[in-house]
Design a protein around this ligand. Structure first.
Ligand SMILES: Cc1cc2nc3c(=O)[nH]c(=O)nc-3n(C[C@H](O)[C@H](O)[C@H](O)COP(=O)(O)OP(=O)(O)OC[C@H]3O[C@@H](n4cnc5c(N)ncnc54)[C@H](O)[C@@H]3O)c2cc1C
Ligand code: SF4
Length: 326
């Protein structure tokens, strides 16, 4: 690994000042489980002069109840998200999504903020510099998307135009189903955006001198039932081929409200609004569930090698809804 300066920040203000001092040649490190791989393999043409450690900012590590719901600091470890009793009880799809990330060892290091901000896992993008040279592509600012003509079996089946890499974050899918809001702090002040506004087709909206400083999740309606399901090729540890998070409110056997979000099918989390509309106001039965899965995938445009992801996603949607409706 090439050398870089490692600087510790003790407050959000100090972290922002340090980024600015290094004129875009610095990056933030939280748990380091994603960033250190990116640096070690030198996958990006620009290597940072400095890495700013934010693990030492105490106000970013907390799980607090407030009137609106739950506030989670981005430095909260995934293991703590998994184990927290209130998250297990009222925000169970987030607890399940965090538990589905990587291994216990990684979850003890990895943070929720890092999970949301992690870089893409497209295998062309991640190709190591020391094994024959890094691969450039549209997302790296030079050349076409290599996945279009190449091996695209794990790439997007909807919502992509120029980069077909999928959003790798498991917790983003659950947080989108829970309608979470993110607080972003930078040199220009603080702004709040919904989880879905945060992600873009080439990553996220963070400016170079901004960091994620809070995750606010509203309480789901009383009695809302939740599910998070993830399909992987390797069972013990793997990124999703497809995932589904859903938060459904039933009353007297009728679906009153629904949020269904799909993961690993597009560059961003995808809200399956047609599927939601197809179940609201209806009693749950096999036909309704089947129609919801079809509606969710109606707009899918698989690439040459990944049509199988359409059927897997439909199956996950049906299983998630069945687990809620039973
Ligand atoms: C073997 C392996 C398996 C994995 N499996 C999964 C998986 O199944 N599902 C999954 O979702 N992920 C997986 N990951 C990816 C990753 O390790 C985790 O997502 C982890 O949560 C990243 O958190 P971190 O704190 O280690 O991030 P870091 O590596 O410290 O940071 C990742 C990125 O986020 C930025 N960042 C971190 N915190 C902030 C902040 N507060 N504000 C702004 N930017 C920030 C960093 O600058 C960096 O660019 C896996 C990783 C490995 C190595
Ligand atoms: S999918 Fe995106 S990251 Fe992968 S090669 Fe294409 S442009 Fe690059």
């Amino acid at each position: 690994m090439k050398a870089f300066k490692h600087i510790t920040a003790n407050s959000v203000e100090e972290a922002i000042a340090l980024i600015r001092t290094h004129n875009g040649k610095a990056c933030l490190i939280a748990g380091g489980t994603d960033l250190l791989g990116v640096l070690k393999d030198e996958i990006l043409p620009d290597y940072p002069a400095a890495v700013i450690n934010i693990k030492t900012i105490p106000e970013l590590d907390h799980i607090k109840k407030n009137n609106d719901g739950l506030k989670i600091g981005p430095l909260t470890k995934l293991a703590d998200v998994v184990a927290h009793p209130l998250i297990k009880k009222r925000f169970s799809c987030l607890s399940q999504a965090a538990a589905a990330v990587a291994t216990p060892e990684i979850r003890n290091m990895a943070t929720l903020g890092g999970n949301l901000c992690q870089d893409t896992r497209c295998w062309y993008y991640r190709y190591p510099q020391h094994v024959g040279g890094r691969i450039m592509c549209h997302r790296k600012g030079k050349g076409p998307c290599q996945a279009v003509k190449g091996d695209n079996r794990y790439h997007a089946i909807m919502g992509a135009k120029v980069c077909f890499a999928v959003c790798p974050s498991d917790t983003a899918i659950a947080l989108s189903a829970l309608d979470a809001e993110l607080e972003i702090t930078g040199s220009q002040g603080v702004r709040n955006v919904s989880l879905n506004e945060f992600f873009t087709t080439l990553g996220n909206i963070l400016k170079p001198d901004e960091l994620l400083t809070n995750i606010q999740i509203p309480y789901p309606p009383k009695g809302a039932k939740q599910a998070f399901l993830k399909f992987t090729l390797r069972k013990p540890v793997d990124f999703a081929i497809a995932s589904v998070a859903s938060v459904i409110t039933m009353q007297d056997g009728i679906c009153k409200a629904a949020r269904i979000v799909l993961g690993a099918v597009a560059p961003t989390p995808v809200r399956a609004t047609d599927a939601e509309a197809s179940i609201i106001g209806k009693a749950a039965d096999g036909v309704v569930i089947e129609e919801a899965a079809e509606a969710a995938m109606a707009g899918a445009k698989p690439m040459r090698m990944n049509a199988y992801k359409v059927e897997i996603t439909k199956t996950l949607i049906k299983r998630a809804l069945l687990s809620i409706f039973q």
